[in-house]
Design a protein. Structure first.
Length: 448
């Protein structure tokens, strides 16, 4: 099998989301630059309706913590706090956050016993109405860290009226992540009759428009499709007071900064903004400086880019011509394991299809996902993978961030990743939460 030849072209098509199909990526070119028909709003805060955003009441058990005990708790959980005013003490149990009983009931139903480190510090900050940046590895529990406070925030606001847009807006880089967040929002919001919707490209607009017209308190969106709906007047952000930028580093990597800036211009400046990222490069820092006010940064683990310590990393130096043989040997070992869910990463869409076709021809239960797959096809493949009916998923980097499957035990880098960031995010698909996993990487012999 020949390597390369079409890699650069396919890799370019993967950026900005999902190539020609839209897929949450760049909007159509017929109107020029994305969002150019959206006028930057001139806000007069004195004319805007007042809203509440500080709902945090410190639990007596948390209030009794001494400064030494707070430092020890943060050290134990590898929490670092920077900037902002005096940061609230971390909680160490869900009941410390004083969530409504209907939220606590869902937490118990899902067998969550204690908050993750990012939640320990994120809950009190978000419930206090503060702007914040959360830096943590994938699988850290960040979705609940911003969605549960969002539910509290929404339930303290006036009811939506006809023509109102969402109160909470979550921007996400890919449709997979957006769908996952919407599932969590549905699980926790339905008990208080909060409605949510997921807005992304690569799917029919009709059902999404109908959701928005009926009114939703929570909107999870990829930037391209949301810009489209804002420009065409299908929704608005006049009521938005709780803004979340999820995987901000990934959105910038995919070229979404112009769309993000256009969208944020449509939201009142005294909103609460929460930004989440796995890395903290200068581009993300600049975005935080522009969008957040007097923000507090929470970091869990090392601030430098690092891989999850629960992942065993194995690198095999080999020739391109040896990769197929070594992959088959490895898969025979993996499929003999009881827990064998595996993601294989390749560089291009074409290689993704070719490798899947060859493996299925040889009897391996493999399926693939990349940017040129239709939305129903992507959903079906992910469901087959999650259920274990097809325990081998072959993917391009489109799926390497935001794809949340709890029980992935193995990640194989069939093609060497283009950067250390891609490497960390690829292997981060395994060892979610406190689980352990193994990552195998084929390294070109020319690198040694």
């Amino acid at each position: 099998m020949r390597g390369g030849g079409f890699g650069d072209r396919d890799r370019d098509r993967d950026r900005g989301g999902f190539g020609a199909r839209g897929g949450g990526g760049l909007p159509p070119k017929k109107f020029g630059n994305p969002g150019e028909r959206l006028r930057k709003k001139k806000w007069d805060l004195s004319e805007l309706p007042k809203f509440e955003k500080n709902f945090y009441v410190e639990h007596p058990e948390v209030a009794r913590l001494t400064p030494y005990e707070v430092d020890e708790l943060r050290r134990k959980k590898e929490i670092t706090v920077r900037g902002g005013d005096v940061c609230p003490k971390p909680v160490f149990a869900f009941h410390h956050a004083n969530f409504p009983q209907y939220v606590m009931d869902v937490l118990m139903d899902q067998h969550f016993t204690e908050p993750t480190p990012i939640q320990c510090q994120g809950f009190p900050l978000a419930l206090s109405g503060r702007d914040m940046v959360g830096i943590a590895q994938t699988g850290s529990g960040k979705t609940l860290a911003y969605l549960l406070p969002a539910i509290v925030h929404i339930n303290h606001q006036p009811y939506l009226e006809r023509g109102d847009g969402p109160i909470c807006l979550v921007l996400a880089p890919t449709r997979e992540l957006a769908q996952q967040v919407q599932q969590v929002a549905d699980d926790y919001g339905k008990c208080s009759r909060l409605k949510s919707t997921c807005i992304y490209g690569g799917a029919p607009k009709g059902p999404q428009i109908r959701d928005l017209e009926r009114g939703v308190e929570i909107c999870i969106a990829t930037p391209g499709r949301l810009i489209d709906f804002l420009e065409s007047g299908k929704t608005n952000l006049r009521r938005c007071t709780y803004l979340v930028l999820d995987e901000a580093d990934r959105m910038l990597d995919m070229g979404f900064e112009p769309q993000i800036r256009k969208i944020v211009d449509q939201i009142r400046p005294d909103r609460q903004t929460l930004m989440w990222s796995a890395t903290w490069p200068k581009e993300v820092r600049q975005l935080a400086e522009d969008f957040l006010r007097d923000y507090t940064q929470i970091n869990v683990g090392n601030l430098e880019l690092s891989a999850n310590h629960n992942i065993l990393q194995i690198v095999d130096v080999c020739m391109e011509s040896e990769k197929d043989h070594k992959l088959i040997q490895l898969m025979e070992e993996i499929m003999a394991e009881k827990e064998n869910k595996t993601i294989i990463f390749v560089e291009t869409k074409r290689r993704c299809d070719d490798l899947t076709r060859r493996m299925r021809r040889d009897g391996w239960p493999a399926m693939c996902i990349h940017g040129d797959k239709s939305q129903p096809e992507r959903d079906w493949v992910l469901n087959e993978f999650r259920s274990g009916k097809a325990p081998i998923l072959i993917a391009t980097d489109v799926a390497s961030r935001g794809l949340d499957v709890e029980d992935v035990k193995f990640v194989i880098n069939y093609d060497y990743p283009n950067s250390s960031e891609d490497y960390v995010h690829r292997i981060g698909r395994t060892a979610r939460s406190t689980n352990k996993g193994t990552a195998y990487t084929s390294s070109p012999s020319s690198f040694t």
